[in-house]
Design a protein around this ligand. Structure first.
Ligand code: IMP
Ligand code: MG
Length: 182
């Protein structure tokens, strides 16, 4: 698995240092409000777990399961929600937590879906944001790291469901992506 990584972008200590900063910002901004976190599965799992353990507020946690890649390294643009029940977000202050903002399709669809339930406020927190022109515009409130437009894996991020358990974030070797693009 390690041999499939072209280079490490953020190792564990670098990720954890940045999470300390993000958690401090979030804790300050929500100190007088009851926060409801909606984590977008599966990619945000590690990030959400490590981030929220650093936020000492009485928050609620719920999940949405969304997919737009369907086994490819390019988004299909079609976002599928894998469960029917919408988290209860009416009149709540919502923080959406996701792994990475790429084309914007996923987070735009997630925001639209949650907004139908009339939350009080919606903010977006992503671990990674690719610096690129997006198909859909998404306003982010908390961003861990901005990265180049490269395919990354590890720390929750997958390629065809692999590499999620790497403790760091790295760029996947290009030939692995090419081999599998039909
Ligand atoms: P978007 O809809 O194109 O913004 O992509 C969002 C989703 O695609 C993320 O939540 C990830 O699951 C996946 N994704 C986008 N870029 C990458 C990447 O570089 N590595 C792994 N997954 C990615
Ligand atoms: Mg994801």
């Amino acid at each position: 698995m390690q041999g499939d990584i072209e280079r490490v972008l953020f190792d564990e200590p670098a990720i954890h240092r940045r999470l300390d900063e993000l958690a401090a910002q979030i804790s300050k901004n929500y100190r007088d409000r009851e926060l409801t976190v909606i984590a977008v599965l599966s990619g945000s799992l590690m990030f959400m777990a490590d981030l929220l353990r650093r936020v000492p507020l009485p928050l609620k946690l719920d999940f949405l399961s969304a997919a737009s890649y369907h086994g490819k390294a390019q988004t299909s643009g079609e976002v599928i929600f894998k469960q029917l029940a919408l988290p209860d977000v009416t009149d709540r202050d919502i923080l959406i937590v996701d792994d990475i903002l790429d084309s914007g399709h996923t987070l735009a669809a997630v925001c639209e879906k949650l907004e139908t339930a009339k939350p009080c406020s919606v903010r977006v927190c992503v671990l990674l944001s690719k610096m690129k022109q997006r198909a859909r515009c998404v306003d982010t409130d908390y961003v861990g790291f901005e990265i180049e437009d490269e395919f990354v894996v590890g720390y929750g991020l997958d390629f065809r469901e692999r590499y999620r358990n790497l403790p760091y974030i790295g760029v996947l070797r290009k030939e692995l992506l090419e081999q599998s693009s039909e």
